[in-house]
Write a protein that binds this ligand. Structure first.
Ligand code: SAM
Length: 280
């Protein structure tokens, strides 16, 4: 009789709610019901979520401290044909959460790793911030100490993409204070707090005004936060736009080479970016 090889197992990376229990997608529910076991960052946290959906599965605790050691054993189970799920305490695993070592090990072993997408605080926050979102840089948590935090922020000060940070109630005020110091108080920013929960708040304004609001109201320092800061103005792009505008005007009265020279001098833009360009 031919040997039956076990069905190819899948490691599902499953997003769970970031507050509102209703945000576990129907597909996530179906997958969690179908797998042999669920690897969870904190089983005490995941059990009530599963109970809410009537899901009864063995849980394997997989967190930052045991992930490296446990990954090989979990990969063995997958190799033996058991499909498994990975969840974290909230939102999408691997986003400021454990899981990357397990996913790396599973992929290296040729196991299919399949995402079950859903809530993610960074993306939820960005979707309601009203800041430019065509380019954004997810920076996760800043260092806990002010010196390290300011150093990290200084490296980001010239970045032109919208910056997205995670922050906790312990440090929201200190982090905003450091952002004002490094980015300047005038930078537009948004603080999204307790998304999908009872006290959801999304504040926008300059960094100065947001810090003042957080300092004035103790409630604005409670809960979980995503802080988004608009990127630095792209100086070169602004200079070129101004240079082209000047060139278009000046070239109505001057030879093109003279108009380009003057426009470059006045705007600071490189001359070759202006010469022969129209303002449109
Ligand atoms: N994996 C999660 C995700 O997909 O968003 C993030 C986990 S990270 C350990 C937890 C941080 O995410 C919190 O400190 C906070 O910065 C942010 N966060 C999580 N839930 C949030 C919520 N409901 N509102 C605002 N921020 C939240």
């Amino acid at each position: 009789m031919p040997l039956m090889s076990p069905a190819a197992a899948i490691l599902y990376v499953v997003a769970t709610p970031i507050g509102n229990l209703g945000d576990l997608t129907p597909r996530a529910q179906a997958v969690l019901k179908s797998v042999a076991a669920i690897c969870a960052e904190d089983t005490r946290h995941t059990r009530p979520l599963l109970a809410h959906y009537g899901i009864d599965k063995p849980l394997v605790a997989l967190h930052d401290h045991n992930e490296e050691a446990l990954s090989a054993r979990i990969v063995e189970r997958l190799r033996a044909g058991e499909s498994l799920a990975l969840v974290s305490d909230a939102g999408t695993p691997l986003v400021s959460d454990p899981g990357f070592r397990l996913v790396r090990a599973a992929r290296a072993a040729g196991i299919q790793v399949s995402p079950i997408p859903g809530a993610c605080a960074a993306i939820a926050a960005l979707s309601v911030a009203g800041l430019p979102s065509d380019r954004f840089a997810f920076e996760g948590f800043l260092p806990a100490k002010s010196s390290g935090r300011r150093e990290r922020l200084a490296r980001l000060a010239g970045a032109t993409a919208t910056l997205v940070f995670y922050e906790s109630s312990h440090r929201i005020e200190e982090s905003l204070t450091d952002m004002v110091a490094v980015f300047g108080g005038e930078r537009p920013a948004v603080v999204a707090r307790e998304l999908t929960k009872l006290f959801e708040t999304v504040l926008d304004g300059t960094l100065d005004s947001l810090l003042a609001q957080v300092q004035a109201d103790p409630n604005q320092r409670k809960g979980e936060f995503v802080v988004m800061v608009q990127g630095a103005v792209d100086d070169e792009a602004a200079q070129i736009a101004e240079g082209r505008r000047l060139y278009a005007k000046l070239s109505e009265h001057l030879p093109p080479s003279t108009a380009a020279k003057l426009a470059a001098e006045l705007s600071g833009a490189p001359r070759k970016a202006l010469y022969g360009q129209s303002s449109s």
